[in-house]
Design a protein around this ligand. Sequence first.
Ligand code: P6P
Length: 334
Amino acid sequence: MDKQIVTIERHIVEQERSYPGATGVFSNLLYDVALAAKIIARETTRAGLVNVLGRAGSVNIQGEEQMKLDVFANETIIRMNSFTGRLAVMASEENDDIIPITDYEPGKYVLVFDPLDGSSNIDVNVSIGTIFGIYRRLSDAGPGTLADCLQKGRDLVAAGYVIYGSSTMMVYTTGQGVHGFTLDPSLGEFLLSHPDIRVPSKPLYYSVNQGNEPYWSEGVRRFTHWLLGPRDGDGKPLSGRYIGSLVADFHRNLLRGGIFYYPADSKRPSGKLRLLYEAIPLAFIAEQAGGYASDGRRNILDIQPETLHQRTPLFIGNRDLVEKAEEFIAQYDK
Ligand code: P6P
């Protein structure tokens, strides 16, 4: 495929062929997400020109003032998926409760998503992103339930993100590797640009907000000190790169190798990032690309979500670096 022009739609069909019993519903769901991403991308590139900057005058469940663009992104994804018959229920970072499909025949899939992560960066033109995960519903019929949304990452059937940066890229996995597509705005098509992404074995970067160091545990402080040293003779020192936009930091480390971590600290005992629609989908992608994601003690994909918006500490990237963080935490943070 690497010499051909492959659109994301064609790639999804190719992936579907690996599932003999596939009915096309799952593929169409992925198309819908890609289309929503194109619509959001168009607004993000116009953000400076159209009145989508600034405050929407509302506050989400996180207590964060909603930027107009994240309200737009949220509504775009919800409208795109509410009348297709593919979903039973959705859960969004921007909505307090689940969004069950009630005005249309409910389908067999579940979509959890953060419509626009890092939206506080919109007004300073820093890359932002959409993160999503797709599950099969657990309930038998009718509108989906909270339990349909609260599933372990091990049970994901797909996960992906869109990064709205110098170019717009969509990266997704259905459990058959990780594949990246770059949007050609002149065509309105996501074209395969990064087939079979694998985390490079030699990491280049570490990404953490060191402004929080006074609040870190002993284990996290010692891990960071180790990270900035010779690392058991593993190679040259890592460079610090921290954008403050999860998707952007994750994407760079996925392509170049490295670790991103937002640990628990004395201010945030459960960490800052969200388990269901941030950590879990990215953990699935990281593992599919040969990496690993942990909350500092266990695999993110093995954590049973208890509530929609629960937070988790997150260490994600090269497996050896994440496992070293777990070792320091196990040794020093009883
Ligand atoms: P801090 C953005 O607000 C976000 O949710 C993630 O995208 C990002 O990784 C993190 O918070 C940055 O948090 O505390 O370092 O500004």
